[in-house]
Design a protein around this ligand. Structure first.
Ligand code: ZN
Length: 286
């Protein structure tokens, strides 16, 4: 067997809505469609990110098993629990796998699995989350061996959260981008600032500089035409610029939602946009 990759895709999942009017205007609130990527070679493999709920992580483990390569490592791209609460299920299936992440990302990952945060995550997915969340350990160096090849971890700073990173596999012309690049899915901009959005643009430049042909986004629209790197990076740059301009012109959440929906009618998970709009422009009522 030669070096290869495969992508496990999870459709949008229903969650309780926390923004007024979403259900009436759009429909049930959902969590974005998500991916987990397996890089495999000879007799080993590297899993990148591992989803959030127990049922989907169990399905992911069965899918990995069908590839007949046990992961030596599980790399977590950034400190958002929807990319690593599935870890206990993966480690139960593959006890030899070593969960790793950027050392500087680990305190934020530990915060994500603190009792307070777990309560928040549990509110999105009641009864579906692990009772024993696990944080990864610090990665030593910046490469992860996969058989006779190597994947390189590249820190890119703040995107939809701090301490984000991507995984570059030059021999596959591939970048696994976590949440740095989104594929035809509304980008998570709740809690963002002009600085964080500028940082996200620099991170996209860093991914573009790798000149890979394929990007596997952590959140990928099931209807997306392909995983073309140039298209996705261009679309994400444009989305951030359009969001910045629309935010500038808006004084209410509805105005921002209206402009972005008109510009991006087909993107997956409009709930993400609504949350951002109410977070950045809503009148605090709590
Ligand atoms: Zn995410």
């Amino acid at each position: 067997m030669s070096l290869d990759y495969d992508v496990f895709v999870v459709d949008p999942k229903p969650i309780p809505s926390a923004v007024p009017g979403f259900g009436e205007a759009v429909g049930p609130a959902t969590w974005p469609p998500s991916t987990s990527t397996l890089i495999s070679d000879d007799d080993s493999a590297l899993l990148i990110d591992c989803l959030i709920t127990e049922p989907e992580a169990r399905k992911l483990a069965a899918w990995i098993r069908s590839h007949d390569r046990d992961p030596g490592y599980v790399y977590i791209t950034h400190p958002h629990a929807d990319h690593f609460l599935g870890l206990p299920e993966i480690l139960a299936a593959f006890p030899e796998a070593r969960p790793v992440a950027l050392a500087e990302a680990i305190p934020a990952m530990e915060e994500q699995i603190s009792p307070g945060y777990m309560k928040v995550w549990g509110g999105f997915f009641p009864g579906q989350l692990t009772a024993g969340p696990v944080a990864p350990k610090p990665l030593t160096g910046s490469t992860i061996a996969v058989g006779s090849s190597a994947a390189t971890v590249i820190p890119v700073g703040t995107t939809d959260t701090g301490h984000s990173s991507v995984v570059h596999v030059p021999r596959l012309d591939l970048v696994v981008s976590g949440d740095v690049v989104y594929n035809q899915t509304h980008m998570w901009l709740a809690g963002s600032t002009p600085d964080s959005r500028a940082s996200w643009l620099r991170a996209l430049d860093a991914v573009a500089g790798l000149e890979a042909g394929t990007v596997i986004a952590g959140h990928r629209n099931p209807q997306a035409a392909d995983d073309d790197a140039r298209r996705q990076i261009g679309e994400c740059r444009r989305y951030l610029a359009d969001f910045e301009a629309a935010l500038e012109r808006s004084s209410t959440p509805a105005q921002l939602i209206e402009q972005m929906t008109a510009a991006y009618p087909g993107l997956a998970n409009p709930y993400t946009l609504w949350v951002a709009a109410y977070d950045l422009l809503g009148t605090p009522t709590r």
